[in-house]
Design a binder for this molecule. Sequence first.
Ligand code: NAD
Length: 489
Amino acid sequence: MTLRPTDSSALLIDGKLVPGSGGMFEVIDPATEHRIGYAAEGTETDMDTAIAAARRAFDDTGWSRDHAFRARCLRQLRDALRSHLEELREITIAEAGAPRLLTAGPQLEGPVTDLGYFADLAESYSWETDLGVASPMGIRTRRRVLKEAVGVVGAITPWNFPHQINFAKIGPALAAGNTVVLKPAPDTPWCAALVGAVIAEETDIPPGVMNIVTSTDHRLGAQLARDPRVDLISFTGSTATGRAVMATAAESLKKVFLELGGKSAFVVLDDADLDAACALAAFTVCTHAGQGCAITTRLLVPRARYDEAVAATARTLSGIRPGDPTAPGTVCGPLISARQRERVEGYLRLAVDEGGEIVVGGGRPAEHDRGFFVEPTLIAGLDNSSRVAQEEIFGPVLVVLPHDGDDDAVRIANDSPYGLSGSVWGRDPDRVRRVVDGIRTGTLGVNGGIWYAADAPFGGYKQSGIGREMGVAGFEEYLETKLVAEPAN
Ligand code: NAD
């Protein structure tokens, strides 16, 4: 089969590719603002059918108990996706505005490969642990701990890294023996729907085990969260929506797994190579136009070297122009939508209103008359209490803040409702370690270390989320624990 965008105009429900009962909706290329096609408009009726199919597949088949079969299916899916990499790449660039460069890593190839990691876990995981014999209340008893799938997983995902986030849910959820209903973001329906076409036509994943409902209707996410047939909600998106999802899921007391927003700190200590650190901080915030929850968006530098740091960061930022995501060298592509661009531009105006200085950028790049581009922007002259330092902007915007030493840097890094990621730069390992220990966040890179990998747990402290994705910890989010006790001789 050859994947074409037209294959993306179907939902995957109960093993079949079916049209959305709401018709179709437009898919827009954020770099050109052109309509590039249509996706299936799922409705509440479609979602209801998908949940019923997932429930049946979990309750009435051996899927959750056949670890080897699931591992085989996941490897089959990985291999089938690999055979479609080039088609998927073009679609990801066109639909998400993802720079081509990133599709060799976390925007496509990395997450496809990671499916193999979860397949391996299905086979190697200790599904049963013998706790040995004990004599509670004087009765000799042998106890075993069984790990089992939770049941039906409702996966709700955003648009910024569609494959990474979809597969970081589908991979462990299926490997652990669950069945899944995926509701991707309205901005990136094709990335999910094409995976649905591959599942239906090129894998042995049984009907109902994996369902995908694309839609512009956010209420379908709430429907998944509310439905008592769904046992677990795995959500990635904004903190505000995560809060709503958790409240809705509370009605049926289902397990909730949340990956939310961030405002992560890039901490430069006074013994660090300031130029190298500032250059990396600037480059990082331009990656995928800053549309990454774990991107470091607050640069904390020693007060005595503040001006020097602003100049070094500005040099790198002014050298990175937002560009055509199809071009091989582009790092900073467009924002996903006009709405998102307006939101980012609102924050740029706010920075000025708050008394800040826009050192670099601050507007739309003159060289693009179409596309939702924003210039890489550096904001200086504000402290950490400003709204642009506290709120997630989700664009190529870096706020540079002064600190008065290691303890103050830790205090500022922690003075945030979020705690998703971060970076620490310094030469003295003991000082670096104290700062690492002090920052309340889920992932930290030290001196440029990369924390992203299939076996590396990722997630947030505080309002950045609940639970961990990826790694064994991410797999175990999709498991229940059953204790079995029987008389021992
Ligand atoms: P969003 O919260 O607007 O939407 C995410 C998903 O939730 C979409 O599929 C949407 O349709 C659905 N949704 C919307 N309202 C809902 C409701 N009431 N109930 C259930 N589902 C609902 O987020 P977005 O704008 O698509 O993505 C950007 C946000 O995602 C940023 O805040 C970013 O930080 C966050 N994000 C977090 C991570 C992470 O792992 N922590 C990763 C990527 C993005």
